[in-house]
Write a protein that binds this ligand. Structure first.
Ligand code: ATP
Ligand code: MG
Length: 314
């Protein structure tokens, strides 16, 4: 048995000429709650569809709880709960009836079905709609029935493709709480575009862009990253640029000409080496207009922009 809950090795998926996933590697340990981030078309849903056996890979390995998705898809399915991007539901079935039917399909034995149903309804806060027809539910409720379905058989691994998309703010909070409470004893891989959700509940983040993994790390590691000093100046750009690079010396620096004649200057701010006073004084002496001067600590938002924007440009 593998000690990974999820393992992806040199995974490739091509749709005709389109390379949606391009030799990606990552693994997720049991009990981890991982946010899977990336812009539209990055390859998140494709990776999740392969991991959940809904689509074959072009090459490479994908495993869940030590079972290969190609060699042993039934064992993989028994270990996962999957919330796809758009939840297919039978409109003419009632919520309770549907979930009991799903529990049966998932092999939950008869004596446990009711109990599992009640737990899922409770966790996903959908008790009040248990007797409603699926076809009459609002988008947010349909989404949460999909989540209840994913958690129904108490799977070891949950794979959730944008579980909060289309939910109202209160529902989002409740859904995140449900996911968080499910994690710990379980493993969760979830995709989302809302960075604050990831900051609220995930331990670790994987950023995928154009089919490749660009960042994979713990959120807590961001706190120890070197902050950036950001200075917005007005004045002739060549003069600002020459001067700023001189002051920055060997520290990595960036000059970014912006709108309304503002030139943004950025430099790494290492510990015990505060350049703010020097920069402010010299900028004024040189006649530049000072519009902003502060220290930007790295958070998920700055990391994401850095990874996705800078590397898209390269
Ligand atoms: N069935 C398909 N046939 C052809 N191309 C596809 C298919 N599904 C996805 N793609 C392409 O594969 C790439 C990755 O798509 P994917 O749906 O995995 O992205 P995503 O990261 O989930 O994006 P989003 O944030 O928009 O959901 C895109 O270029 C997409 O157009
Ligand atoms: Mg997607």
């Amino acid at each position: 048995m593998s000690d990974h809950a999820i393992r992806v090795d040199e995974l490739v998926k091509k749709y005709g000429p389109v390379v949606a996933v391009d030799r990606i590697n990552f693994s997720v340990a049991p009990g981890e709650l991982v946010g899977f981030l990336g812009p539209n078309g990055a390859g998140k849903s494709t990776t999740m569809r392969i991991l959940t056996t809904f689509m074959p890979a072009t090459s490479g390995i994908a495993q869940v709880c030590g079972h290969d998705v190609m060699e042993n898809p039934m064992a993989v399915r028994q270990n996962i709960g999957y919330l796809p991007e758009s939840v297919p539901l039978y409109p003419e079935m009632r919520v309770e009836e549907y979930l009991l039917y799903r529990a049966k399909l998932k092999g939950v034995d008869r004596t446990n079905r009711r109990k599992r149903l009640e737990e899922s309804l409770e966790k996903c806060r959908v008790k009040e709609v248990r007797r409603r027809l699926l076809g009459t539910l609002s988008k947010g409720y349909r989404q949460r029935i999909g989540l209840a379905d994913a958690m129904l058989a108490d799977p070891k691994v949950l794979i959730l493709d944008e579980p909060t998309s289309g939910l109202d703010p209160i529902q989002i909070r409740e859904t995140l709480a449900a996911i968080k409470s499910f994690a710990g004893s379980h493993t969760v891989l979830l995709s989302t575009h809302i960075l604050s959700e990831v900051e609220a509940i995930c331990d670790r983040v994987i950023i995928i862009n154009r089919g490749s993994i660009w960042w994979d790390g713990r959120l807590s590691s961001l706190a120890s990253e070197i902050p950036t000093l950001v200075m917005d100046l007005t004045g002739p750009e060549p003069a600002i640029s020459d001067w700023f690079k001189k002051v920055a010396g060997t520290r990595p620096a960036n000059i970014i000409p912006g709108e309304e004649g503002i030139v943004r200057c950025e430099v790494e701010q290492s510990a015990g080496d505060d350049l703010r006073e020097t920069l402010a004084k010299q900028a004024v002496e040189r006649g530049f207009g000072l519009r902003r001067l502060d220290i930007r600590r790295k958070n998920l938002d700055t990391l994401y922009s850095e990874v996705v924007l800078r590397r898209s440009a390269s």
